[in-house]
Design a protein around this ligand. Structure first.
Ligand code: F6P
Length: 501
């Protein structure tokens, strides 16, 4: 472990005897001092298990790792993904955060693509089409699915549907309720080589019976053409945008169709506002820096092996799934940039779900389980519905959970004792609109990148997902009874499949 990360251990040991309620009693001003506001987004870190001295060490680590310089390198389009020799210019999709030539060039391409996307959206709006099927997986699915689920209104011009899983049930379920004559489909795949997406695209193409309402988003135009979708219905992607950072690109075409172009632009503007904040704010006023340092503290100081994300808003119920890819595909690494093994632990398991439902499922383990799981609670202050009593109950539950997890409650009976001392961050949006959601997602993107800089790893490759794909393609012929493949266990399982399947 690097000396700086090892220093966190020393602070954690110093604080081992102090409970979270003690830390807050000793320093009540932290309730205000450990909070930040960035436009419509408020964050409070007072219920994290650090004190001011530990925070000093964390901010010293931010300086030592030059997080401000790292942010500039990201925005300028430097090669921040060295294993693939690529920039990661998702910020250029949503604003002008940098004047560097690579960023300006990317920005120009992004604006061209938006202009084309607007044209295609207008043409679809003028057609008979009522339903849009979006076909993609991972980063080509989770972002659009999240934003559409969070923000689409009942009076939207189109109904959006998503197919991702290669399980044929996914396509069947979506297509069952639709009329092919009034449906358009978008095949979204950066590589246009993803098995799931190509198989599902084939199902939908056959179901449509007419290729004229089939669209594509990809960086591999020749593969799209070979699939049968012409350039005029294909929107571009580029190797300088990672899949899990791509909802701001034409991958967001389903968002633009569901929300309308102005609200898609508001989403981009919100993300751009967070980019400027992450670039300009001093470390102690910088929300992305606080969030990243807190994550590293919980992982390397407190050795938490899991992190929960708990949106208290039904509209954000897909946020945990979205963040699982963003965080775990980016930070699930065990070697440093130079390939040497890491001594420090990196990403914990990210998981979660929407409150209050989750209070009645896994919160028992959060309160009394042997694992301490730090949590991000996310709330929305303004209700966009008429049920004021429900909204008050939702917010009361949100606050109650953060307080109960932190303070616990003693009891004679050990079964009824709450140990407390369980850290959380509270993130509050004034209102859930496109601008605020853009800010929230961009905050997590920047936190993830800064965590990768603190750990010295590459946040933008994902070689770990390749091996399983390769093994599956070797096994596919054997599943059809052609030849033998797999190790001794797999061959036994294949025999079982062939007798029962
Ligand atoms: O399997 C992982 C992955 O490569 C993700 O990183 C990506 O978002 C997803 O597959 C989909 O890839 P594509 O857009 O190329 O179909």
């Amino acid at each position: 472990m690097s000396a700086a990360l090892a220093g966190l251990d020393a602070h954690a040991r110093r604080l081992a005897g102090a409970s979270l309620p003690d830390l807050i009693d000793d320093d009540p001003r932290r309730a205000r001092d450990f909070s930040l506001r960035v436009g419509p987004l408020y964050a409070n870190f007072a219920r994290q298990r650090y004190d001011r001295l530990a925070l000093d060490a964390l901010f010293a680590l931010a300086d030592a790792r030059d997080l401000a310089g790292a942010m500039r390198r990201l925005l300028d389009g430097d090669i921040v993904n060295p294993t693939e020799g690529r920039a990661a210019l998702h910020t250029a999709l949503r604003g002008d955060a940098s004047d560097a030539p690579a960023a300006r060039d990317a920005r120009r391409q992004a604006l061209d693509a938006q202009w084309r996307m607007r044209g295609l959206a207008d043409a679809l709006a003028a057609s008979e089409v009522t339903d849009i099927v979006s076909i993609g997986i991972g980063g080509s699915d989770l972002g659009p699915r999240l934003v559409v689920d969070a923000l689409a209104t009942r009076d939207a011009r189109f109904r959006l549907h998503f197919i991702s899983n290669v399980d044929g049930n996914a396509a069947e379920r979506v297509l069952a309720g639709l009329d092919p004559a009034r449906t358009a489909a978008i095949v979204i795949s950066k590589t246009f080589g993803t098995q799931e997406t190509l198989l599902n695209g084939g199902i939908v193409r056959a179901w449509l019976g007419d290729d004229s309402r089939l669209y594509a988003v990809s960086s591999h135009l020749e593969r799209v053409a070979a699939f049968g979708i012409p350039p005029e219905r294909t929107l571009p992607m580029w190797d300088w945008v990672g899949g899990r950072y791509s909802l701001w690109s034409a991958v967001g075409f389903p968002i633009a169709l569901a929300l309308g172009m102005p609200r898609f632009e508001a989403l981009l503007a919100g993300a751009a506002a967070m980019d400027r904040h992450a670039r300009d704010a001093a470390p102690r006023e910088n929300l992305a820096v606080w969030h990243a340092l807190t994550a590293v503290w919980n992982r390397n100081g407190l050795h938490a092996a899991a992190q929960a994300v708990l949106p208290y808003d039904e509209r954000l119920r897909l946020l945990p799934a979205y963040l699982q890819q963003l965080v775990m595909e980016s930070l699930g690494k065990s070697v440093a940039l130079d390939g040497s093994p890491l001594a420090a632990q990196t990403v914990p398991v990210w998981w979660g779900g929407a409150g209050t439902d989750t209070q009645h499922s896994f919160f028992q383990a959060l309160h009394q389980g042997t694992q301490v799981v730090p949590a991000d609670f996310i709330g929305v202050l303004q209700a966009d519905h008429a049920h004021a009593r429900n909204h008050a109950a939702l917010l009361a539950n949100l606050l109650a959970q953060t307080e109960a997890l932190a303070n616990g409650q003693d009891a004679e009976d050990p079964h009824r004792r709450y140990p407390g001392d369980r850290p959380s961050t509270l993130l509050l949006l004034d209102r859930l609109d496109a601008h605020a959601l853009g800010m929230l997602v961009a905050l997590y993107e920047h936190s993830v990148y800064l965590q990768s800089v603190l750990w010295g790893i590459n946040a933008f490759d994902q070689f770990g997902v390749e091996l399983g794909k390769q093994v599956a393609s070797r096994l596919l012929p054997a599943l059809h009874g052609e030849g033998e493949a797999g190790d001794v266990v797999t061959r036994e399982l294949l025999r079982e499949f062939s007798t029962r399947g």
